[in-house]
Design a binder for this molecule. Structure first.
Ligand code: DGL
Length: 276
C-alpha cells in the first residue's frame, strides 16, 4: 500500500538530520529513509552541474527502494537540482527553499529579509529570487557563511571562535536592518543560539527545516499519503551513507542528541535491490 511506504530524505551529508529531526517529531508514525552523500560533500562549494548530477544519483537510489515522497533536505541541492528531480521522477518531491521563503515573508514586519547559506546557495540566488517573486516589496540581503558548516561538525555550537565568526558574518546583515533571517543551510539551525545572541531579539530566525516539516505534513494529508495506523507504531528508520559510518555516527549524535546504530554504507554506482 502506497501510504505505508517510507519518505526518503537526502542531503550532502549529516546536516540534513536537522530536517529529519523536524519531520520525525512532527510525523512520528511515518517511516523515513535518510541518505547522506558523505563521500561527496560538501555540495555548498560545488557547481550547479555537479550538484544536479549527484542529486539525481541520490534520488535514483532512494526511489529504487520504493518510497512515496522525496525530500531534498540540502539547501544547495534544493537550489540547483529541484527542477531536474521533478522532471525525472514521478512522485511528490519537496525542497527546502520555498517553505523557508513563505515563512520569512509571513514573519517580516519591515519587509527586510536576510538569508545566510552556503556559497553555492547564495550564488544560485534561489532564496533571493523567490523572496522577490512572492514578496515584491521585500528588500533582500544574502550572505554566505562557509565556516559555519565545519564549526557545527566540530561540535563548536557555542564556542568563542563560533561567536566571533558569527559576529563577522552577521554584522553586515544587521547593519542593513533585516528583521527576519532565513537559516538557509542544513547546519545553521544548530547555531540558532549564537546567531540569535549576535543579532539580538529584534531579528526573527527562520529555520527552513521547521517550516518544511509543517508543509510536508499538510502535503501528505492533501495527497492522502499519510501512513495508515494499521501499519503499526513508529517504525525504525534507515540511514545510508556513502562514506565512513563512524564519522557520520559521531556527528549525527551532535545533531540528534541520541544514538544511531542502523547506518549502512551504500555505493551509489551499484543499483540496490528493490524492497517491497
Ligand atoms: N547541506 C548543505 C546545505 O544545506 C550544507 C553542507 C554542504 O555544503 O554540503 O546547503
Amino acid at each position: 500500500m502506497k501510504q505505508n511506504k517510507p519518505i526518503a530524505i537526502f542531503d550532502s551529508g549529516i546536516g540534513g538530520l536537522t530536517v529529519y529531526r523536524e519531520l520525525k517529531t512532527r510525523l512520528p508514525h511515518e517511516r523515513f529513509i535518510y541518505l547522506g552523500d558523505t563521500a561527496r560533500l560538501p555540495y555548498g562549494s560545488k557547481s550547479a552541474e555537479t550538484v544536479v548530477k549527484y542529486s539525481l544519483q541520490n534520488a535514483e537510489f532512494l526511489v529504487s527502494l520504493g518510497v512515496k515522497m522525496l525530500v531534498v533536505a540540502c539547501n544547495t541541492a534544493s537550489s540547483f537540482a529541484l527542477d531536474a528531480l521533478v522532471d525525472r521522477f514521478d512522485m511528490p518531491i519537496v525542497g527546502v527553499i520555498a517553505s523557508g521563503v513563505r515563512r520569512a515573508l509571513a514573519l517580516t514586519r519591515k519587509a527586510r529579509v536576510g538569508v545566510i547559506a552556503t556559497e553555492s546557495t547564495v550564488g544560485s540566488a534561489s532564496y533571493q529570487n523567490l523572496l522577490r517573486e512572492l514578496g515584491p516589496q521585500t528588500e533582500v540581503y544574502a550572505g554566505a557563511c562557509p565556516l559555519f558548516v565545519p564549526l557545527v561538525e566540530e561540535g563548536w555550537l557555542d564556542h568563542p571562535v563560533t561567536r566571533e565568526v558569527a559576529r563577522l558574518y552577521l554584522e553586515p546583515l544587521r547593519a542593513q536592518g533585516v528583521d527576519t533571517l532565513i537559516l538557509g543551510c542544513t547546519h545553521y539551525p544548530l547555531l540558532k543560539g549564537v546567531i540569535a545572541a549576535t543579532l539580538g531579539p529584534d531579528v526573527q530566525l527562520v529555520d527552513s527545516a521547521a517550516a518544511l516539516a509543517g508543509e510536508i505534513s499538510s502535503l501528505l494529508t492533501a495527497l492522502s499519503l499519510e501512513r495508515r495506523p494499521e501499519a503499526g507504531g513508529s517504525a525504525a528508520d534507515d540511514f545510508y551513507v556513502t562514506d565512513s559510518i563512524p564519522r557520520f555516527q559521531r556527528v549525527a549524535e551532535i545533531f540528534l542528541a541520541r544514538e544511531l546504530d542502523n547506518i549502512r554504507l551504500v555505493d551509489l554506482g551499484v543499483a540496490p535491490r528493490r524492497e517491497g
